[in-house]
Design a protein around this ligand. Structure first.
Ligand code: KIV
Ligand code: ZN
Length: 502
């Protein structure tokens, strides 16, 4: 029997990005949208166009760039919001307007202060209005899982009659269980007139840790779209995680009688990208992509895996594109081999100039490190990506420190000019960050700083991140990679400064 196609609707750039600490710079949104397209998601919810001019711009830019995924904007059930959503997505190859309105008694009474009749009227007007602009219109009954079923049935029928092509059933507060969400979809399929003519969709939050389980239960019950975010980021405890839903279906296709069109080999790269952008490391036990997922500590497990991998492994690292940390190339490798290796790692679209720069960095790294692994090469790649955005570029630094006190002399290139500042501080990081402030002439607020190693060994690269803000504004994440952890910190700080001043 042919497998049913489950469309993957990614809302990392909307529901993910709107949660505290996850805001993204427009360049990061573009990079992520293009990676989501490469991953093969069916629909990218690029933002909530009416929520701010910045969101409007990023939805519009993403809509203009993405060709192989539909691009949606969220919209309240209001004419002005729908107009903004339409203006932002109309340039897309496959544009979608996503209208939402709450249908639960709690939300209608206390948040919307609207009666049931008013809500139904608003659904009809807003979906019809969106439909007059675009053919692809999604309607979400916010808090559907806590709505009265008879009312929900009428609300969904109203949306379908008004032209909705997708009906989304959110468990907005992550309250329900897989059994309840399965039952709700069966109820809708059996009782809502027109439900067989639209895509039914899942949108689950993770407050009780059930978002993925609820989504998979809804797949079993017959939905054809799953809404999710990369790494499960989102409001409060987050949303259902894209990689867990996809690999859940991919590992048991005949249980769910379903498949997706996701290129699973792009999963790890996408998860790493989101983790880098928001400055939150993947937890070692994070399903699918955590560092421990394919590591076997216990002797019994190791023995089993050596005898037959499937004894303790149901997924393979290759299937989700996790680079094997093998020694890949050495100081005698030529540019051709290096370039072919990048292609084998899945980086096909790197221009000749960038390959040369990367190759030079790689050679420098070979002089410092005994062995260079795929993880090191990935770190160089993300560093290079950052460098092309820099207005300020680190030229050099000298640190002189003793316990509790340090002096840093930092030189930064600003165009043709090299500026230097000397500054004391509590330690090498503090003094060098303050020296950068002096050069730039601003006092930044440092919310967070962290460093971790890429790979193993004393000569491992250090990967730093900082969370920085200016004048009480929104914070941004900066990243830097170097074999010298102080240098990686300064690079991360300058990266954040560049983003704030862009
Ligand atoms: O969680 C939710 O209900 C939502 C809707 C706006 C779809 O994010
Ligand atoms: Zn949500």
């Amino acid at each position: 029997m042919a497998l049913r196609r489950i469309k993957i609707f990614d809302t990392t750039l909307r529901d993910g990005e709107q949660s505290p600490g996850c805001s993204m710079h427009i360049n990061e949104k573009i990079e992520l949208a293009l990676q989501l397209e490469k991953l093969g998601v069916d629909i990218i919810e690029a933002g909530f166009a009416a929520s701010s001019p910045g969101d409007f711009d990023s939805v519009k830019v993403v809509a203009g760039l993405v060709k192989n995924s539909a691009v949606a904007s969220l919209s309240r059930a209001l004419v002005a919001d729908i107009d903004k959503a339409y203006d932002a997505v109309k340039g897309a190859v496959s544009p979608r307007i996503h209208v939402f309105l709450a249908t639960s008694p709690l939300h209608m009474q206390y948040k919307l202060k609207m009666s049931g009749e008013e809500v139904l009227r608003r659904i009809e007007e807003s979906v019809k209005y969106a439909k007059s602009k675009l053919s692809d219109v999604e309607f979400s009954a916010e808090d559907a899982s806590r709505s009265d079923r008879d009312f929900l049935k009428i609300a969904l029928e109203t949306a379908i009659k008004s032209g909705a092509t997708v009906i989304n059933i959110p468990d907005t507060v992550g309250y329900c269980t897989p059994g309840e969400m399965y039952d709700l979809i069966r109820f809708i399929r059996e009782n809502v007139e027109g439900a067989d003519r639209v895509d039914l969709s899942a949108h689950n939050h993770n407050d009780l840790g059930l978002a993925v389980a609820n989504t998979l239960a809804m797949v079993e019950a017959g939905i054809s779209q799953a809404e999710c975010t990369v790494n499960g980021i989102g409001e409060r405890a987050g949303n259902a995680s894209l990689e867990e839903i996809v690999m859940g279906i991919n590992t048991r296709p005949y249980l769910y009688n379903a498949e997706t069109r996701i290129n699973t080999k792009e999963i790890y790269k996408t998860c790493k990208l989101v983790s880098n952008i928001i400055g939150v490391n993947l937890h070692p036990t994070k399903p699918i992509v955590g560092a421990n997922v394919f590591a076997h500590e216990s002797g019994i497990h190791q023995h089993g895996v050596l005898a037959k991998k499937e004894t303790y492994e149901i997924l393979s690292p290759e299937a989700v594109g996790i680079p094997q940390n093998k020694i890949v190339l050495g100081k005698h490798s030529g540019k051709h081999a290096f370039s072919e290796h990048l292609t084998a790692m899945g980086y096909h679209d790197i221009g000749a100039e960038k390959i040369q720069e990367l190759f030079d960095e790689f050679k420098r790294l070979c002089d410092i490190k005994k062995s260079v692994s795929n993880k090191d090469i990935e770190a160089l790649l993300s560093n290079k990506k950052l460098e092309s955005n820099l207005k300020y570029v680190l030229d050099n630094f000298v640190i002189n420190c003793k316990k509790g006190n340090a002096y840093a002399a930092v030189s930064i290139k600003c165009g043709e000019e090299v500026r230097t500042a000397i500054q004391d501080g509590d330690g090498p990081i503090d003094s060098s960050f303050l020296a950068v402030d002096k050069i730039v002439g601003k006092s930044f607020v440092l919310y967070d700083y962290g460093v971790q190693s890429v790979g193993e060994g004393r000569d491992a690269l250090g990967e730093s991140y900082v969370r920085l803000a200016l004048d009480g504004g929104e914070s941004v994440i900066g990243r830097g990679v170097s074999t010298d952890v102080i240098e990686s910190g300064i690079l991360a700080y300058i990266d954040a400064v560049n983003k704030l001043l862009a």
